[in-house]
Design a protein around this ligand. Structure first.
Ligand SMILES: CC(C)(COP(=O)(O)OP(=O)(O)OC[C@H]1O[C@@H](n2cnc3c(N)ncnc32)[C@H](O)[C@@H]1OP(=O)(O)O)[C@@H](O)C(=O)NCCC(=O)NCCS
Length: 291
């Protein structure tokens, strides 16, 4: 049965989010999470749908890709199809041909689960390993320590505070209140929480969004940041603990996050909140030009 490349459209987003939820498990390699779609949703449902590609066989979705920025395809595959050679071959063809409207010409990157056949095919096709990223994980079956500062769940009234802290944490951030509302209106946000941490002066200093994939599955932190004027005070570790506790309340089995290994401060912060680093992962990168 042929593998069919699809673009879901807004009506198909629920199915894409649904399969991504099902594919999350504690044994799985770091992979695209429903929360990644949820975070992308700040650009709106139309833009999210336009950024998604699916690969199906016989009506069943076997692969989901998110075009998460210029030339970056974040791809994941159903656990029972990661060793499926026919699917991997089709994926390679579809990402290689710019006219298939998956990846453009020029410098492109693909994130795919480590251990999937597509990794071998990309490597054989001359795609190099890019910068290392460190996935980190915290088990949530055990008690999570109190963060030791005031933590609030963000509703629509606090959206402006949340976006201001985000902009003060991430260089070049263009996160606006309007985008927060778009994100909060997205399907994955039904299982998400935005949290703010306040210092003892009552100033909002750190922000995180957590995304559950349903009970018994790993939940994702994306993004987490501390206001640049308030760093090195333990607030990063505190908001990360609060994130773990919120995911525990939502029924997640573990909390996961992934950051460039070069972001030493982030790796140290997650570790100080009880997260353990897992083996590094790397995108595959290539420079594609039409002959
Ligand atoms: C990374 C970040 C969240 C750290 O926040 P913070 O409030 O300064 O961190 P904390 O004070 O809680 O520090 C936690 C631990 O990380 C260490 N740490 C923090 N920043 C560090 C840095 N730049 N270099 C080395 N270690 C660092 C601290 O020493 C501390 O270690 P310890 O527990 O062993 O004492 C903050 O720098 C930030 O918002 N960066 C930009 C956004 C970002 O990169 N977010 C994460 C992306 S996924």
């Amino acid at each position: 049965m042929a593998i069919v490349l699809g673009k879901p459209g807004v009506d198909g987003l629920g199915e894409a989010v649904g399969v991504l939820r099902e594919w999350q498990s504690d044994g799985a390699p770091m992979q695209l999470h429903p929360g990644d779609l949820g975070w992308f949703w700040r650009s709106g449902a139309e833009a999210t749908a336009a950024a998604i590609r699916t690969w199906s066989r016989d009506g069943r979705i076997l692969g989901v890709g998110l075009l998460d920025g210029p030339g970056l395809l974040r791809l994941t595959i159903a656990p029972d199809a990661q060793r499926d050679g026919e699917l991997a071959q089709q994926l390679l063809e579809d990402v290689t041909e710019p006219e298939r409207d998956v990846l453009p010409e020029g410098r492109v990157n693909i994130e795919a689960p480590m251990g999937a056949v597509i990794q071998d095919l990309l490597s054989e096709d001359g795609w190099n390993a890019d910068e290392p990223w460190t996935p980190l994980r915290r088990d949530l079956t055990e008690r999570v320590d109190d963060p030791g500062m005031r933590i609030e769940v963000v509703g629509p009234e606090q959206a402006h505070v949340f976006t201001a802290v985000h902009r003060a944490a991430f260089d070049g951030s263009r996160f606006t209140d309007e985008r927060w509302h778009a994100m909060a209106g997205g399907l994955p946000y039904a299982d998400a929480r935005c949290l703010l941490a306040y210092d003892d002066q009552g100033i909002a200093v750190a922000a995180v969004t957590v995304w559950s994939a349903g009970p018994g599955r790993p939940g994702l932190l994306e993004p987490m940041g501390v206001h640049r004027d308030h760093r090195r005070n333990g607030y990063g570790a505190a908001i990360t603990l609060a994130a773990a506790a919120a995911l525990q309340q939502l029924g997640s089995s573990s909390a996961i996050v992934c950051t460039p290994s070069s972001n030493i401060g982030a790796v140290a912060t997650y570790e100080s909140a009880g997260f353990q680093p897992r083996p590094e992962v790397r995108d595959r990168t290539s420079c594609r030009r039409r002959l």
